[in-house]
Design a protein around this ligand. Sequence first.
Ligand code: C5P
Length: 214
Amino acid sequence: MNVLVTAGPTREAIDPVRFVSNRSSGKMGTAIAQAARAAGHTVRLITGPVALPPPADVSLVRVTSAADMLAAVEKNLAWCDWLIMAAAVADWRPRHPASHKLKKADGPPCIEWEPAPDILATIAPRKKPGQLFCGFAAETRPLVREAMRKLRDKNLDLLALNDVSQHDRGFEADTNALTFFDAAGQRQPLPLAPKSVCAAQLIARMEKLHAKKI
Ligand code: C5P
């Protein structure tokens, strides 16, 4: 399969030297790219700014903002059989990033915000028969109802719910505990495990969904 994976945070500019971002390390998405490659798939990884070595034998596209990531996903959409969106894409961005560095002497800036493009929601209507889309939900209060709504709204085949309220899972950690939800309403909670193990479980789950579809 041709597998397109996104990883890491995005950065949204406030001015040429400042940005807003989030705590995503890119470890989960990178582990997914590695697990997909190890399972014999052809992998392209689109990553926001991360401090990780690029995975071997995976083609890498580096992006900065949500808009860049959307453009990179759109460019690779027709190529991929599976899209796995593990990136923590910004939800909001400054509406008017300053073209010059804001001066401290001018006092705290008043920043007007606008929604960043929702990549999955944008491309959801363009999903072709046979393609599989997987999304992540990073929540501090995991709600099953919310997970099911996201699955529907973003036209996903699989949603990996990620509790980010504890230190041993989610953002920055080397371990994670995912709960899978599929479009048939099946819920599968997995135990805490290294992200490499979670990633292999996710790829195995995508392979099962693929086998069901054909
Ligand atoms: O709605 P929520 O942001 O929780 O959805 C998370 C899923 O949507 C993740 O797979 C994430 O990569 C994706 N997402 C996106 N574009 C955004 C925000 C999130 O594609 N602007």
